[in-house]
Design a protein around this ligand. Sequence first.
Ligand code: BG6
Length: 485
Amino acid sequence: MVFSKDFLWGGATAANQYEGGYLSGGKGLATLDAITGGSKNHPRMITFKTQDGKIQEVTREEALPEGAKGYIDPDKYYPSHVATDFYHHYKEDIALFAEMGFKCFRLSLSWARICPQGTEVVNEEGLAFYDAVFDELLKYGIEPVVTINHFDIPMYLADELDGWNNRKTVDYFVFFCKTIFKRYKDKVKYWMTFNEINFLRSWTQIGIHKNDNQHRYQAIHHLFVASAQAVILGHEINPDFKIGMMVAYIPSYPMTSNPEDVMAALEFNRGQEFFIDVQVKGTYPAHKLKWFERENITIRKEAGDDDLLKKGTVDYIGFSYYMSTASSANPENVKYVGGNQQPAVKNPYLVESEWGWAVDPLGLRISLCNLYDRYQVPLFIVENGFGAVDCVKEDGSIDDDYRIDYFKKHIAAMKDAVELDGVDLMGYTPWGCIDLVSAGTGEMKKRYGFIYVDLDDQGKGTLARTRKKSFYWYQEVIASNGEKL
Ligand code: BG6
């Protein structure tokens, strides 16, 4: 048997893409409630009101004018509002996860559901909702794995404080953590602070209006400090907590053996490993400090911050793995294809999904080796999967063999990493184990699930749940602890 008997097989979701109930039960607005749907060719748009009351929109890559406040246009469609409605279907969905044999389920908490404005005012109904969810999971012996914050922030903090650019947001976040750690200390053991911390840069994700490097890295420093404080506090509240970080890991290969390309790949990889260095080793790496100097970036730190970063290092690395990319020093060799939150470079040895994401199972083993060799802490693959268009046949069945094929190869790579490379791997939670809204495009048609949800890109559908072919396949994988692929 390759995997340990307590290996955490499961699936992963995020509140803003799955939960819905955007105003139910006293929830406040979150930034992501003000971003429209989009597609591969049409970006999602943030809708906002300027200081003088004009209604405007920008893409996530653009800055918002000073003083702009998130605005929900009644004539537009916002996929997070209903999403795939976990809020009203959690019992049915958890029963399906249990039927698949899940040992764990990764979900994120909506900060604005628990603290509607993100401040120290707590919404009991929000806390009670997650109590009910955790109780339902535990009833089936499913371990909750909680991402404390996945890609959004209460709108009030973005509107009034400029989000994570403001040090006060750190205090509010720590208050939020204290509230949930105390409340759920006997129900939740596995936590992660910020989802894909290396991707956080837009107003929707961290509430900052200007997103140039100076503002971005100041906000990131605040995220690091907040994460460290959360780790320290969580361990005080329950020493058995396992609190991890979460990074999007996209290994980059040199396009050729030209040392210039090797250096380019090294720099790309450093860009993401920087986030792991700070959260696992507790210090900023020298190359980043040098880069700050060259770019004239000054990070405002408070006395004691360096100490907090050292003390608040994480227990494990959670990471998403979907694809690899390539690096070249010669722009003529670079052709961009679609990618996760940022374009990736076309690798001629790999094929891509319909959304341009390179399929690279060996890249998962390479990632596991890179991360374990470098950090020597347990690893948890908390996202992996294949976004594809699924066809419902006349009899209602869905034969998603392409998804099964993707998972088979990735789990085989994962087995090699454990068996041949000795990687300490805690678990595996494929992304969007039940269909949910795509973060990148806001579409429903880009599906990842073992469970189909009847909803289209305009928000039309019955929300009925159907088991896909991959549901039964994954059920056997879990039952055989990964022996039968
Ligand atoms: C990760 C995110 O970047 O990739 C998820 O953590 C996201 O929120 C997932 O959904 C897949 O990306 P997409 O754009 O296909 O939804």
